[in-house]
Ligand binder design. Structure first.
Ligand code: S3P
Length: 180
């Protein structure tokens, strides 16, 4: 199996973890949102504002299909990627899917600092954000929970703590690769 897809809610640490895991596996790292921004020469916020969410989801799917053909890669997806079209089934068929799970309160803490990059929450205050995250996560969990591996990240407050613990995730992924 030559592809690892990182999934999870906004703020779960998919990009931080993906970059570090790519080093462990000697794979190339791709961030789906970044790939989209580079291709369209627009930020995700601009794409949402100019084309709307439905069009963003179509673009996201198309770019996922493109990246999903590469080998020896770790792809960090957007929080909504597994929850639209048959994206989750595509990822499961083409690689190992790792869900970085976190509770709404941990996500809120991590998202407070950089919500401006995220169109779905950028205009919400803290209380609205917590309600949105809780409701949205409940809907999305049925997709996330189909993942090959689920890793809870609530105990990692900083990026550094996440990175230190990544060898555990890497070991679990290696075992999964060998049994596939
Ligand atoms: C989204 C998550 C974002 C980005 C877009 C929509 C979502 O990615 O794709 O803002 O629907 O949860 P991150 O999870 O990397 O923030």
């Amino acid at each position: 199996m030559k592809r690892i897809f990182m999934v999870g809610y906004m703020g779960a640490g998919k990009t931080t973890a993906g970059k570090e895991l790519a080093k462990c596996f000697d794979y190339s790292f791709y961030d789906l949102d970044h790939f989209i921004e580079t291709r369209f020469n627009k930020t995700i916020v601009e794409i949402f504002e100019q084309y709307g969410e439905d069009k963003f989801r179509e673009i996201e799917r198309e770019m996922l299909m493109e990246l999903g053909l590469l080998e020896d890669v770790i792809i960090s997806t957007g929080g909504g990627t597994p929850c639209h079209f048959d994206n989750m089934d595509f990822m499961l068929q083409n690689g190992i899917v790792v869900y970085l799970e976190a509770s709404p309160s941990s996500l809120l803490q991590r998202l407070n600092k950089n919500k401006h990059k995220r169109p779905l929450i950028k205009d919400k205050d803290e209380e609205e954000m917590l309600r949105f995250i809780s409701d949205n996560l409940e809907k999305r969990n049925r997709f996330y929970n189909k993942s090959t591996l689920i890793y809870n990240t609530d105990s990692f407050v900083t990026k550094g703590e996440m990175i230190v613990n990544l060898h555990n995730i890497a070991e679990q992924i290696k075992k999964t690769i060998h049994t596939k």
